[in-house]
Write a protein that binds this ligand. Structure first.
Ligand SMILES: [Zn+2]
Length: 263
């Protein structure tokens, strides 16, 4: 009896120890500090981790705890400051959901959450995500109070059609946060949907599967799709020290927020 209890207790100790020393948990523990702070999960660390390919590794990027990148952390601050999301009941359509956002929105009592992505063979999607083509959304007009679509439209050949669809499914007065990669100072979007060579796409548009890199005419495109657009230079409100502490994006990632409202 006593031996059996002792055995069960030692098994429990070993199991708990293994659970505690998962690689991610070890990393989070090792990086604990107070030099940087994640605006999404609230974790405080010595540093954010590098992220990217071997050719294009970006320092000071990934939160070791929640996996967010600079643009995700900035969007979280923007949503909290500028919108009523999570403060009052809303039906939200989220295209190509990022993990932190999916986990937060799908559990939140004030969010009626629809997460959609264009399903591709070989990729895994969070349970509950629906197969959705942003250029032919399967919901009636005026279905949502809010839409989030970040870093999607650069992958879509007819991006304006996608923007029109996002506007169509919003209720009047609803808002959309639409983010795309932009080249600072570029006046007109550089695009060519006929390029199929991944290396040429990467050289010209920054990634092997992008059809374009956006310029300042993004506002005109969004307006042509039916939105009222407010360009918000949200990064400008932070000091350099705050940008570093919260690991917020430098220039090329988020030029400004294009806050879109359906009139
Ligand atoms: Zn985090």
């Amino acid at each position: 009896m006593f031996l059996s209890l002792r055995k069960r207790y030692s098994d429990w100790i070993i199991k708990s120890a293994f659970e505690r020393i998962s690689p991610k948990r070890l990393l989070v523990q090792a990086l604990k500090g107070d030099d940087v702070e994640c605006s999404c999960c609230g974790g405080k660390f010595l540093a954010f981790m590098p992220f990217g390919t071997a050719k294009n590794k970006r320092p000071h990027c990934l939160c070791p705890q929640c996996g967010t990148l600079p643009r995700h952390r900035l969007m979280w601050l923007f949503l909290k400051e500028r919108t009523q999301l999570l403060k009052k009941p809303m039906r939200l359509l989220h295209i190509a959901p990022e993990t932190f956002y999916f986990n937060t929105f799908s559990k939140h009592p004030l969010v009626d959450y629809v997460a959609g992505d264009m399903f591709m063979p070989g990729y895994k999607y969070s349970p509950g995500t629906i197969d959705l083509d942003v250029t032919a959304i399967q919901f009636p007009d005026g279905s949502f109070d809010a839409v989030i679509c970040s870093h999607v439209l650069e992958h879509v050949p007819d991006d304006v059609r996608g923007m029109r669809e996002l506007c169509r499914v919003l209720k009047t007065g609803g808002f959309a946060i639409i983010q795309v990669p932009m080249l600072p100072g570029l006046e007109r979007t550089d695009e060519d949907t006929s390029i199929t060579d991944p290396l040429e796409r990467e050289r010209r548009f920054g990634q092997h599967d992008h059809f374009r890199i956006y310029g300042l005419d993004l506002k005109d495109r969004l307006e042509s799709a039916g939105f009222l657009v407010e360009v918000v230079p949200f990064c400008d409100k932070f000091t350099k020290q705050e940008m570093f502490r919260y690991g917020l994006p430098a220039g090329e990632d988020v030029e400004a927020y294009y806050y879109c409202v359906k009139a």
